[in-house]
Design a protein around this ligand. Structure first.
Ligand SMILES: Cc1cc2nc3c(=O)[nH]c(=O)nc-3n(C[C@H](O)[C@H](O)[C@H](O)COP(=O)(O)OP(=O)(O)OC[C@H]3O[C@@H](n4cnc5c(N)ncnc54)[C@H](O)[C@@H]3O)c2cc1C
Length: 397
């Protein structure tokens, strides 16, 4: 009788992850802990993509409760998980929905009912208390309720996940400044990823059993290189950062999601956003003067002092909204949920793409992808990423 190797004796399946944002590092941490030999490839600095150009809101889910209750409920659950596992990357600012007229008061009630249905806790806050707690808030406020929003530092979150992946039993390999240029395939399956070191110009080939395409808004480009296909809408959002903080809590307008309805205190600045306009390609995103002017005007409705506060800088990110193409449904109506795409139907059976989502949902996206990888690789290891706290490196480490 031929004896089978025990799970610990089997060679570890090799996994290449493309993209060094929150999603890619979430997958790296989870897959390394579950027994994959991980190589993560990022074409620039870690976090240089959307994970370094977002609003910083650790969503309570309340903003999506009316339009997308499933994503809202997932955001609330993951909000609680991310606070627990990445405390050094999160600030517990809390969030407020504020109303300035009867229409917003009526919509606040709609949001609260939707939050209740999605399991998101809300607390009524008397107007006098809000004015006392938030002295810069427009005194015309007529109603407010609190939600468990927070601030999450995207770079700090990436560093924590990177550290966990690098200190797994089989440490992950991380290759920043390496761009994916092509794929080698046999019988459809990818056998290796072709990579260029953008600093030295040197080409290298990374053999692999599995690939996760976590390239954010660049997912369609990577999928195309691998012989697969992904539809995506490129939805630019601009944010304006003001010097100084003007609120302790995240401030949300009580109206249907739209331009300029969110102010996030990041600890040193106030970040006002955002906008939504389709761009042709992910690298086209640039903040326009009109967007900046709109955000300053809308910011001044929330906090009148923003009308004359110095703007620190403006930046734009691109939402990797899946499930449509330009000309499809309005981008505000597209889901902020995520999709794990199995490219078997494209004839590429060992490549998975991850699209959509939020930084708030990064861990759940990773868990879904690694569950699929484990089924394919015959690995029977549970996901532990929601339970283990990630320690920040000692200063200077
Ligand atoms: C305006 C805006 C505001 C947002 N606000 C919030 C918010 O407040 N809260 C929240 O939870 N979410 C927010 N989001 C959503 C969130 O930022 C994104 O869902 C998330 O950052 C996507 O992360 P990612 O790792 O999938 O992609 P990215 O962070 O973009 O990472 C993908 C990486 O792939 C790399 N890459 C691309 N091509 C190649 C290649 N050929 N070879 C190697 N590497 C490659 C890129 O350089 C990039 O670093 C916001 C998004 C936008 C646009």
């Amino acid at each position: 009788m031929v004896s089978q190797p025990s799970p610990s004796q089997r060679p570890r399946p090799s996994l290449v992850i493309i993209g060094g944002g929150a999603t890619g590092f979430g997958v790296a941490r989870d897959a390394a802990q579950r027994g994959f030999a991980v190589t993560l490839i990022e074409r620039g600095e870690l976090g240089q993509g959307t994970s370094g150009h977002f609003h910083g809101l650790l969503h309570s889910g309340a903003r999506y409760a009316v339009a997308d209750p499933g994503t809202a409920a997932a955001c609330y659950r993951e909000n609680q998980v991310v606070r627990r596992i990445a405390p050094s990357a999160v600030r517990d600012t809390g969030g407020l929905f504020v109303a300035f007229d009867d229409a917003e008061l009526a919509h606040a009630e709609v949001i609260r009912q939707a939050c209740a249905a999605a399991g998101i806790p809300t607390t009524d806050v008397p107007v006098e208390e809000v004015r006392a707690a938030e002295p810069h808030l427009n005194p015309a406020v007529t109603g407010a309720f609190a939600v468990p929003d927070g601030y999450v530092d995207g770079h700090a979150l990436i560093e924590l996940n990177e550290r966990a992946a690098l200190t797994a039993d089989v440490p992950a390999t991380v290759l920043p400044h390496h761009t994916v240029t092509g794929f080698r395939r046999e019988g459809g399956a990818v056998t290796a990823v072709e990579v260029r070191d953008v600093l030295s110009g040197r080409d290298l080939v990374v053999p692999c059993d599995h690939v996760v395409n976590a390239a954010g808004v660049w997912v369609p480009e990577i999928a195309r290189l691998a012989g697969a296909h992904v539809d995506m809408v490129y939805d630019q959002g601009t944010m304006v950062t003001f010097e100084d903080t003007f609120s302790t809590a995240v401030l949300n307008r009580s109206r249907p999601e739209g331009d300029g309805d969110l102010l996030v205190p990041d600890g040193a600045h106030s970040v006002m956003g955002t906008t939504s306009r389709v761009v042709a390609a992910p690298d086209d995103a640039r903040p326009s003067d009109e967007e900046v002017a709109l955000l300053v005007d809308e910011g001044a409705v929330l906090v009148p002092a923003l009308a004359s506060a110095p703007v620190h800088h403006a930046y734009a990110g691109v939402r990797p909204l899946a499930g449509g193409a330009p000309g499809g449904p309005a981008t505000r109506q597209l889901s902020r949920g995520f999709t794990v795409i199995d490219h078997t139907d494209d004839g590429v059976p060992n490549v998975i793409s991850l699209t959509g989502g939020k930084v708030t949902l990064y861990r759940l996206m990773a868990e879904s992808a690694v569950d699929l990888l484990c089924r394919r690789a015959g690995i029977d290891a549970p996901c532990r990423t929601a339970d283990t706290v990630m320690e920040a490196a000692a200063h200077g480490a």
